[in-house]
Structure formats: C-alpha cells, structure tokens
Design a protein around this ligand. Structure first.
Ligand code: AHR
Length: 496
C-alpha cells in the first residue's frame, strides 16, 4: 500500500471556483446535434424537437456554458443557413466532417435549447471562409434588441428577446492545415484583432477568445500564441487551448499521468501571454479558455475517419470510455481546477455522442459514459475557493512524462464545506491518503465516494449503464482523517 498526505488550509487560495470551468461543446459533427440534442421523432422529444432525456442528463452533468457550432465545422459555416423557416433552409456540404448539413438546427434553436438546459451559450464565428462582416451580422442578429434588419429578422423568427451571448470565439484552430481557410499567425492575428475591434464597437463588454495553437504538439506552438497576441492583446480577453489524450501502446501509467502534459501546456501559454504583455507594457492579463479538452482516441479516428459519401449525421468520434479513461479525465479536471487563477473558462469536447459523456441511440435510450461521473461530481461539489493542497506523495516513472506523483489532487472550500478531489494513479496498489485539516477546525469526512472497477477497461453501455459509477467508500478513518483510495480511481471526499 502507498501512503500520501495533503494539507488543507483555507488561507492557501488559488482563485474562486469558476463556473465556466464546467463548460462543454456542441458541434455540428456526427450525432452531437442530430439524434444527440435534437431528434423530433424521439419518444421523449419536446415541442421543439429536443430530446428530454438528453436535456435531463445535461442538467445532471452540471454544465455551465456550451460552445457552438464548432469546432472545425464553424470554419465553413454560413449562420444564415440555420435561421428562418426550416423548409427553406439549404442543405450544404460540410467539408470539415465530410457530411451533409441539413441546417434543421441553427442559432435560434441552439439558444432555445440552452435556455431549457439552463446553460450559457458561447458562440464561435467563422474566420475560415468568412470574416468581419459575417461575424458582425451574427452578433447583431443575436444580441441587438430590435429596430435593424437583422435584429428584426430574429424577432420575426420567433426570438423576441436578444440572445445576450457574452462569450465569442474568434474562429477555431486557425493554425491547423485541416482547418478550412487556415492561416499563418500574422494573418490570423490581424483578422482576429480587426474582428474583435469591430465586434467591440457593437458591444464593448463582449468576452472574446483568440485561437491559440490547436495543440501543444503543433510545430508553431508558443510562437503562434505570441504572434497572435502581439496583434490582438488589447482587444481579446482569452487565448484558447485545446488538448486531447489517449492511452497509447498499452502504456497505462503514462496515460494516467496525462494531466502532467496539460499542466505544462497551461504554464507555457500563461508564460507566453505574460511575455507579450510585458513587451507591450500592458497591465492587462490574458486568461485561458481551455475550450476543447477530453480523452479522444484520435489514432482510431485517423484510421477510419472520413465517412464514405456525404452522409447526414453519421456516427463519428463515438468513443466508448472505460474506467481508466474516466480516471485520466478526472486528472485533467483536477488540473483545470488547480489552475483556476488563469484558466477561467473551459469546454469539455463534446457533450453528446461525439467523444462525449452522454451517449444516445436514435429513437432509443440515453446513458452516462464513465467520464460523466467525475465531471458531474466536480461541477456539483466544487464551490467557493480552489485551495492549493501541496500533496506529499510517492512517485512513479512514466515513459512519457518522467517521474510523476501517484496522487493528483485539489480541494475547494466554501462555508458549506470542503471537498477534496483526488486520483490514485497507481495501477497496482491502494493509496492511503491522510488529510491534515487542522486549519479547518474540527471537520469530519461526511461522504467519500470512489469511481473504480476491478477491470480498468470496464465500460458503461445502454444495457449496463451503471457498471462504472461512483460508490460509497467505506475505508475512512476520522482521527486522523484518512481515506483509502483504490488503484486507478477517482475519489471525492467531502468534509464538514
Ligand atoms: O472536437 C472535435 C474537433 O477537434 C473539433 O472540431 C476541432 O476543433 C478539434 O480538432
């Protein structure tokens, strides 16, 4: 058995818990929209054609914001195609996913869905095939109250009140050669700056996200962020980060430590942004919108990625997650929370069917993947301030990330209680975690749950949806506070 300790002190604050850490992403990709959130013939469909079972699971997941409509999709998207009478909406080729887009769902339906789900919409504009004018038109259509052609069109289309969208992404992954209309850093930086400047003329209070590198493995990583921010520093609030991880070559130890890479990624982007700020003699601070993160078996997608023909809503990127995926995922969530001073928004990519915590069958059931649970628990229980916990833990050697602690943890503290989120990365032994909570006064463990399974590759299915789910952890001692974390486990410990 391994032994580790961590110390909780409400004085060691990192930052407030940001609700936007618990954002997700709905892209017109595969079955995320069609037969995901929208399926008018489904037995649970409401008057707008939205699946009530998916709405209920979205609420249970505790989602704060939802980014839309892409992703790679947005770089070829004409938003006007998705508004007005459905029967008149054009069908278009979607180059990003080699699919046919029917435009049955567009911005008005999406915002209506957001209101029903109780989430904040976050919109991306097309800076691939389009530019400033289309972005301004979409902004006016969405947010201007009325009295102009575009805002009156929204009213005529059934949305009397403005959509009030605060957060806007200036394009998507514009450094990627796979992106329609991809650009050099200077080209994109100029376009992002001028789009931001024009959008701020409409509404100076908008929160704008410039595209960072599409991953930290891009050859231009670092230089891209610097050049883009040199152009747009004063005009944007966020730089985006995207990261996906998968278990490669059966190397579970490295995979469970993938949050180490995310930590490095965040530190590098923060340093780069601050360096640009220093050179510009600016006191302003650019935050990170980690607006795509997840476990994604991209190697499988590369093998059988492009659909034959141009299907409508094909099955794409439908990864089925196992226990180890959920534990690695929990580690990523811990890292996002630990960096809440600079990562002030994040979007789990994506919400339904496409590398998603929620799965559906067309006309059939919806169920929770293993990754649903760490997200839902953290969203529900992280409250107040994020605390630095400084774990003291044994380490293990990994092929990809060098020496890594077995314990990865964070805590949040609010008047109603303190919660520790912890992952045991050990693949062979439990970890006895001692919590030094003297600074909190006389607290007790009021609840401890563990997500684990004897088979690290156990998955949930429609027939067996609770095979991997959090269970009460009875291995708890109150004095001193000690909890036993099983090997390969995600754990939530509530103190009050
Ligand atoms: O989330 C799936 C895809 O991953 C997105 O469309 C793109 O932005 C990223 O490469």
């Amino acid at each position: 058995m391994h032994q580790a300790t961590l110390t909780l002190d409400p004085a060691f604050k990192v930052a407030p818990v940001r609700r936007r850490t618990f954002g997700t992403f709905v892209e017109h990709l595969g079955r995320c929209v069609y037969t995901g959130i929208y399926e008018p013939d489904h037995p649970t469909a409401d008057d707008d054609g939205f699946r009530a079972d998916v709405l209920a699971l979205t609420r249970e997941l505790g989602v704060s914001t939802v980014r839309y409509p892409g992703g790679n999709f947005v770089s070829g998207y004409r938003w006007e195609d998705g508004v007005g009478p459905r029967s008149e909406r054009p069908r278009r080729l979607d180059l990003a996913w080699h699919s046919t887009e029917t435009n049955e769902v567009g911005v008005d339906e999406f915002v209506r869905w957001c209101r029903k789900a109780g989430v904040e919409p976050m919109m991306a504009v097309n800076l691939g095939t389009r530019g400033i004018e289309a972005a301004l038109d979409l902004l006016e259509y969405c947010n201007h109250p009325s009295g102009t052609t575009l805002s009156d069109l929204r009213v005529a289309n059934g949305s009397k009140d403005p959509h009030g969208i605060a957060m806007w992404c200036l394009g998507n992954e514009m450094d990627g050669p796979w992106q329609t209309g991809h650009k050099t850093a200077r080209e994109y930086g100029r376009l992002a700056a001028e789009t931001a400047r024009a959008m701020r003329m409409v509404d100076p209070s908008l929160e704008l996200v410039a595209c960072g590198s599409s991953s930290s493995s891009m050859p231009t990583f670092g230089a891209w962020e610097a050049e883009v921010l040199e152009e747009a520093y004063d005009l944007v609030d966020y730089i985006s980060c995207h990261a996906y991880y998968e278990e490669k070559d059966g190397d579970l130890g490295s995979f469970l430590a993938c949050s180490t890479d995310m930590e490095y990624f965040i530190a590098s982007v923060v340093a780069t942004a601050d360096h640009v700020g220093a050179r510009l003699k600016s006191r302003k601070r650019i935050d990170i919108s980690f607006d795509e993160w997840n476990i994604w078996y991209q190697s499988r997608f590369r093998d059988d990625g492009t659909p034959a023909g141009w299907p409508v809503a094909p099955r794409l990127l439908e990864d089925h997650y196992h226990l180890a995926d959920a534990v690695a995922f929990g580690g990523l969530l811990i890292t996002l929370l630990r960096n809440s001073d600079r990562v002030t928004a994040a979007s789990l990519a994506q919400l339904v069917n496409v590398i998603a915590p929620i799965m559906t069958e067309p006309g059939g059931r919806a169920w929770k993947q293993t990754t649903f649970h760490p997200f839902a628990q953290a969203s529900r229980l992280a409250a107040g301030d994020v605390l630095r916990v400084e774990p003291v833990s044994p380490v293990y050697e990994t092929a990809r990330h060098g020496e890594v602690p077995l314990l990865h943890a964070v805590a949040t503290h609010a008047e109603r209680g303190t919660t520790v989120f912890a992952v045991n990365r050990s693949t062979d032994a439990p970890l006895s975690l001692e919590i030094d909570a003297r600074a909190l006064g006389g607290v007790r463990v009021v609840e401890a749950t563990t997500l684990t399974h004897e088979d690290v590759h156990a998955r949930n299915t429609a027939d067996d949806p609770d095979r991997v789910a959090p269970r009460a952890n009875a291995d708890v001692e109150q004095d001193p506070l000690r909890v036993l974390l099983p090997p390969v486990s995600w754990n939530v410990i509530r103190l009050a």
